[in-house]
Design a binder for this molecule. Structure first.
Ligand code: MG
Length: 388
C-alpha cells in the first residue's frame, strides 16, 4: 500500500477538563471529540486508512467513541506524546503507507481543505505542517511586566495535521528515541531535528485544540452553529374494545372500555415514537417493533419511546421538544395531562417544558366522534450533528 494514512494521537490523559474522563472522550455537540477528529479523516477522499493511538486504560472509552467507524486496530501509546507517535508509526510499518498525517485527537474541527493543503505540501517537502500566521503582537513577560516585544513576521502557530513521507518521519522518530531526544512537543520538531525540510501550509482558526474549559465552550458554540434541526410527525389510532382502563402517554386511566392492540395500545406514545423516528429518518414503530412479534404482546409502550430516544442520542442528537395531541371524546384528558407530560419527559430524560400533551375532540364527527376509538398526533423536533 502506498496510500495516505492518518494517525490520530489520543493517548494523552489530560484530565484538566471534565474530571475522570480524558478530554478527547468528552462530547461536543453530542459527539466524543475523538470521534469527530477520526471522522474528519475517514470522510476525506484522499485518506486511505485511519488509526488511533490510545492509552490502553481507555480501551472501553475508545470502543464506545469509535463504535461503527472503519478504523485500523487501535495502537497502545506510551508515556509521552512523542513515544506514542513512535509506537503508532511502528505499528503502521506492515501497512506500508507512503505518507502519514499525524493529528491530535483534541482538534476535532480539522477541515477537508486543511488536509488537502497538508497533502499538497508533501509534494514539495518531506513534511508539511498546518499552521496559522501570528497576528497578535507578541510580548515576553517577566513577572507581570513586559521584558521584550517579539518580532512577529515569519511566526506561525503550529497545528495538526502534520504530514510526512512515512519512511522519513519513521527514521526521524527512531533516531530521536535512540539518541534520547524525547522532549519534542510536535512531530515537526522531530523532523527538523533530522534536518528534513518541512513546509508550512495554512491551517484554520477553527482548527482549535480543546485544552481549557473556554475551548470546550467555544467548541460547543461552533457545533450549535452547524447543527441541523429536524422535525418528524407521528399519527396513530386504536379502536375501543372490552376493558376497564386505557393507557395514554404512559398513564393508566380507568375507563369503561379498553383499547385494542398488540402492545398496550397507547396511541399517545405510539404517535410520539413515530414522530421521533421520523425526525431522524429511522422508519416507523412497526419496523423496530413488528406487531407480529410475540415479544411485544402487551408490551408497555414506554419501551418504544425510549428506544426512539436512544436512537436520537446514538446519532449525537438531542430532542428539543415533543408535542402530542390526543383526539377523543372520552375519557377526559384534562385531569391527566400534567401526569402525561411528566411521564413523557421522564421516559426521554427531558426537561419538563420540552414535552407537551394537548387534547381535543372532533365535535362528535367521524369515528372518534362516534366513540369508536382514540387517535393521537405528535410532532418532534431534534437537533442533530450535520450529516457529511
Ligand atoms: Mg399503535
Amino acid at each position: 500500500m502506498a496510500g495516505n494514512v492518518a494517525l490520530v494521537v489520543a493517548a494523552g490523559r489530560g484530565l484538566r477538563l471534565g474530571g475522570a474522563v480524558p478530554k478527547q472522550y468528552l462530547r461536543v455537540g453530542g459527539q466524543p471529540i475523538l470521534r469527530r477528529a477520526l471522522g474528519a479523516f475517514l470522510s476525506h477522499r484522499s485518506i486511505d486508512a485511519v488509526a488511533a493511538v490510545i492509552n490502553p486504560e481507555d480501551r472501553d472509552l475508545f470502543d464506545a467513541a469509535a463504535a461503527g467507524l472503519d478504523l485500523l486496530p487501535p495502537i497502545d501509546g506510551g508515556a509521552t506524546r512523542q513515544e506514542s507517535v513512535l509506537r503508532g508509526l511502528e505499528a503502521l510499518v506492515p501497512v506500508g503507507p507512503g505518507r502519514v498525517l499525524i493529528h491530535d485527537a483534541a482538534r476535532p474541527f480539522v477541515d477537508a481543505a486543511t488536509i488537502d493543503r497538508v497533502l499538497a505540501g508533501l509534494d514539495r517537502a518531506a513534511g508539511a505542517v498546518a499552521g496559522v500566521p501570528v497576528t497578535d503582537t507578541l510580548k515576553r513577560g517577566a513577572g507581570d511586566l513586559i521584558e521584550a516585544t517579539i518580532d512577529r513576521p515569519g511566526l506561525w502557530r503550529a497545528q495538526t495535521p502534520q504530514g510526512f513521507r512515512f519512511a522519513d518521519i519513521l527514521a526521524a522518530h527512531r533516531a530521536a528515541a535512540r539518541e534520547g531526544a524525547m522532549a519534542s512537543t510536535d512531530d515537526a520538531a522531530v523532523a527538523e531535528r533530522a534536518r528534513l525540510a518541512v513546509a508550512l501550509v495554512l491551517g484554520s482558526e477553527d482548527n482549535l485544540k480543546i485544552t481549557t474549559d473556554d475551548d470546550l465552550k467555544r467548541a460547543e458554540r461552533m457545533c450549535a452553529a452547524e447543527a441541523e434541526v429536524r422535525t418528524g410527525m407521528g399519527f396513530d389510532a386504536h379502536r375501543f374494545g372490552p376493558g376497564d382502563h386505557v393507557w395514554l402517554c404512559g398513564i393508566r386511566i380507568p375507563f369503561e372500555k379498553g383499547l385494542t392492540g398488540h402492545s398496550d395500545a397507547d396511541v399517545g406514545l405510539h404517535a410520539a415514537t413515530d414522530a421521533l423516528l421520523g425526525a431522524i429518518g429511522a422508519g416507523d414503530i412497526g419496523r423496530h417493533f413488528p406487531p407480529g412479534d410475540e415479544k411485544w404482546r402487551g408490551a408497555p409502550s414506554h419501551i418504544f419511546l425510549r428506544h426512539a430516544g436512544d436512537l436520537v442520542a446514538e446519532r449525537g442528537g438531542r430532542v428539543l421538544n415533543l408535542d402530542v395531541t390526543i383526539v377523543c371524546e372520552r375519557p377526559r384528558i384534562g385531569p391527566h395531562r400534567e401526569a402525561m407530560t411528566g411521564r413523557i419527559a421522564e421516559i426521554l430524560g427531558l426537561a419538563r417544558e420540552r414535552a407537551s400533551v394537548k387534547a381535543t375532540t372532533t365535535e362528535q364527527m367521524g369515528f372518534i366522534g362516534r366513540g369508536e376509538g382514540i387517535a393521537a398526533q405528535a410532532v418532534a423536533t431534534v437537533r442533530l450533528p450535520p450529516t457529511p
